[in-house]
Design a protein around this ligand. Structure first.
Ligand code: NAP
Ligand code: ZN
Ligand code: ZN
Length: 355
């Protein structure tokens, strides 16, 4: 199979910084779309993966799964997308297409394993997939999304992971009017969760460790804020929520959050810290509470979410960075110092400013 070389930013070891490198992309096959990447969001999963915190990273690793760009080439069999279209790619680029989950439109739960946008395995070149911290990407049109024309492009990039990862469980667990929904951890995912849950009509309660985010939480759409480090506030809020979306990236006491749920309430983990989170049976048993998990969203859900965001004028609150800033951006992410998503202006990779 023919390939071409593009510039990318990636890492060669868990403890190494990200640096510029060259990677190969396949030439577009009949069903493929070639995309010139304009913006790429920075997800905490990029950091977990680059540093091998989930113990399954293949190096070299090029992260990035919140991609927006312009189509530069289409294969002969592409029907839904044209050269020049503004499009997006999220966390998956392929799946088996045959299993029950794929047939039923839940490719993210493909029984053979979906192909993540980076650190997956692509069948075409039989090697790892490389993500959006790169000049161009080649993706099957079935995994390419359309962007509503009214949304700011850079602020749309984080919708491709941060928003769909919160949208999918908010929908699946039927949150909306009449439901009290807690969103824990106001980073990239959490701040999108607040905006989406509010737009869906739920009563939104932010659960944060950061007093500095209280005012922002209300601006983002929260009806109430609970400071999880304040034992009194946590006690007052016990047994009050129908649902909690836990978007926390680091170790935390999940039992304290579970106790905020009413009888039959559910806490869904989307945050994926490096180490296991101990759960006391007594956080669940006395109120028949459930603990669940959820991964990203299907292609259909991603498109529905993008269209919803178009109708409601919802995008992420972002700080635009250059690719050369990525290592310091990761350090700031670890300190919770981002309001609320870094997005890389990919022009900085194509035309770096002289230092
Ligand atoms: P992020 O922007 O870094 O936000 C994480 C937030 O967690 C922080 O802003 C902070 O919020 C809170 N937090 C951090 N350390 C904490 C601690 N020790 N105790 C309590 N709260 C703490 O990260 P993100 O990009 O939103 O990603 C969040 C997590 O979701 C990551 O683990 C990521 O890998 C995972 N993820 C999962 C999926 C999926 O499909 N399930 C998809 C994407 C990402 P406050 O300041 O408000 O406390
Ligand atoms: Zn992500
Ligand atoms: Zn499948």
């Amino acid at each position: 199979m023919k390939t071409f070389v593009v510039k990318a930013f990636g890492t060669e070891a868990p403890e190494a910084d990200l640096k510029q490198m060259n990677i190969e992309r396949r030439e577009a096959t009949a069903k493929d779309v070639e995309i010139d990447i304009l913006y790429c969001g920075v997800c905490h999963s990029d950091l977990h993966t680059a540093r091998n915190e989930w113990h399954r990273t293949t190096y070299p690793n090029v992260p990035g799964h919140e991609i927006v760009g312009r189509v530069t080439k289409t294969g002969a069999g592409v029907t839904k997308i044209r050269v020049g279209d503004l499009v997006a790619v999220g966390c998956m680029v392929d799946s088996c297409r045959e299993c029950g989950q794929c047939r039923n439109g839940s490719e993210q739960y493909c029984e053979k394993g979906m192909v993540p946008t980076y650190n997956g395995r692509e069948k075409y070149l039989n090697r790892q997939t490389f993500g959006g911290y790169s000049e161009r990407v080649v993706v099957d049109e079935d995994f390419v999304l359309r962007i509503p024309g009214n949304l700011d492009l850079a602020a749309t990039a984080p919708l491709l992971c941060a928003a769909v990862t919160t949208w999918s469980p908010l929908k699946h667990w039927e949150t909306g009017p009449g439901k009290k929904v807690g969103i824990a951890g106001i980073g990239g995912l959490g701040h999108m969760g607040v905006k989406l849950a509010k737009a869906m009509g739920a009563h939104v309660v932010v659960i944060t460790t950061s007093p500095s985010k209280i005012e922002d939480a209300m601006r983002l759409g929260a009806d109430e804020v609970v400071l999880s480090t304040d034992a009194e506030q946590m006690k007052t809020s016990a047994n009050s929520l129908h649902f909690i979306l836990d978007c926390v990236s680091a170790q935390h006491d999940i039992n304290a959050y579970l106790k905020l749920l009413k009888v039959d309430g559910t806490l869904v983990l989307v945050g994926a810290p490096e180490h296991p989170l101990p759960v006391s049976p007594f956080s669940l048993i006395p109120a028949r509470r459930s603990l669940a998990g959820s991964t990203i969203g299907s292609i259909r859900e991603t498109q529905e979410m993008l269209d919803f965001c178009g109708r409601h004028n919802i995008t992420a609150d972002i700080e635009l960075i250059t690719i050369q800033d990525i290592n310091s951006a990761y350090e700031r992410l670890l300190k919770g110092d981002v309001k609320y998503r870094f997005v890389i202006d990919m022009a900085s990779l194509k035309n770096p400013k002289p230092v």
